[in-house]
Design a protein. Structure first.
Length: 202
């Protein structure tokens, strides 16, 4: 240790009283920061526990098909609270392949019926990607693909908000999907890429 550093270290101990009574302070336990979880209300509560996050350190915001409305004052107030008060460092957008809104949308697509209400945003997104969804014969795979699309759309909207909310620029946005069939969390980007490659090879 350089002499100046050693002297500083010894003098620092004076702050704690006589040298013989000095005890090195216990290391400060670094708490995990808060995380904002944007999820689907139909997903099992155990989905969050898969992340092994500290109890009480997760703010949850559940909406049908984990969709957000970037113009909704209530959502924006919640987001600012999460950033400014809870000082979140991560937003996890987690979809669910067993989502009720997704099931409603897929049933409507079979009957050429328009979906309104809380599932309307999910329906509009499905219509934008109808060519992809129509090429997936398995209903379970189709539900998982729609869940991936929902998550990535929410991530896109959050990234757009980063331009107007400075504090959000420092927050990491993580996309995930809980696959109801395997009960595993998957990366929607990877899952969609594999799906498109599979379709291209058929």
């Amino acid at each position: 240790m350089p002499m100046q550093s050693m002297i500083f270290d010894l003098l620092r101990k004076n702050y704690y009283g006589p040298i013989n009574a000095y005890k090195e302070p216990a290391p400060v336990k670094r708490e995990k920061p808060f995380v904002l979880w944007i999820g689907c209300p139909d997903a099992p509560a155990a989905a969050i526990s898969k992340l092994d996050w500290e109890k009480g350190k997760v703010l949850t915001y559940n909406r049908p098909a984990n969709q957000i409305n970037p113009d909704d004052p209530d959502f924006l107030n919640m987001l600012r609270y999460a950033i400014e008060v809870k000082e979140i460092q991560k937003i996890i957008v987690c979809g669910y392949s067993g989502c009720g809104s997704g099931a409603e949308v897929m049933a409507a697509l079979k009957k050429n019926r328009v979906v309104e209400g809380q599932s309307a945003a999910c329906y509009r997104l499905a219509m934008e990607h109808i060519d992809l969804l129509d090429q997936i014969p398995d209903e379970g795979d189709k539900a998982k693909t729609l869940a991936c699309l929902n998550v990535l759309e929410t991530v896109r909207q959050l990234q757009m908000l980063q331009k107007n909310i400075p504090g959000l620029r420092k927050v990491e946005i993580v996309p995930l999907v809980l696959d109801g069939a395997s009960d595993l969390l998957i990366n929607p980007d990877t899952a969609l890429a594999r799906r498109c490659v599979t379709i291209g090879n058929e």
